[in-house]
Design a protein. Sequence first.
Length: 270
Amino acid sequence: MALPKPTRNSTALITGASAGIGAEVARELARRGHGVVLVARRKQRLNELAGELSAEYGVRAETIASDLSKAASRSRIPGRITELGLDVDILVNNAGFATGGPFAESDPGRELEQVQVLVETVVALTSAFLPRMIERGRGAILNVASTAAMQPLPYAAGYSAAKAYVLTFSEAIHQEVAGQGVTVTALCPGPVETEFWDVADWQVAGGRSFEKAFPAKVSAPDVARAGVAGLDAGRRVVVPGLPMRAAMLAARYVPHAVKLPVVERVMRRR
């Protein structure tokens, strides 16, 4: 199953598009001729990227500034798409951030905000745009999960749980819509060098930052290319990078009772 062919009124809606993986997915889709609607909180960055994509690839690039942690803000997105006269043929649910540290010491409001962005937004936007994709008989959804979705992460409990939801949700709907001209892919990268780490502030044993302890093996552009290629091929799950794919495959055969104490020691700050 290939990506829908771009048309005058079709677009790819990409959340978290102001930087990192989201911006690179936007570039990859624009390179393939797809118009884009870029969604994030940082309006200036969105406008700069939209201008770049329009100039370089000649595609229509629109922006919507939205705080996706707020239901009222994200609920306005479908109406704005209608006002623009566009059909969302490709949906990329990428927006996200991570909390870190012992859950008992975490900020409850921030933990809930994480669920709202990583889980509620994915459900809300998929609910908004999937039915019309099925009606038209064409569409593609790329949900950015994580290798953190594939095992519980002590000291990143909320993040790994939220990403596990995204992975399971994506795989289930992938099967539901099979044969209807629509595909759903979960993109599960490992550590990637982006601004994500500035917000997450994950620290591991010895007080080292997570990204320094586990240097990124795949760049954001490589992750974006792998995700879009996997979506184009109709794949259910994409894990970029052969070493990470091998590690995740091997980890499936290690019981949680064995694995979790090891992960906990690695993730523990002190």
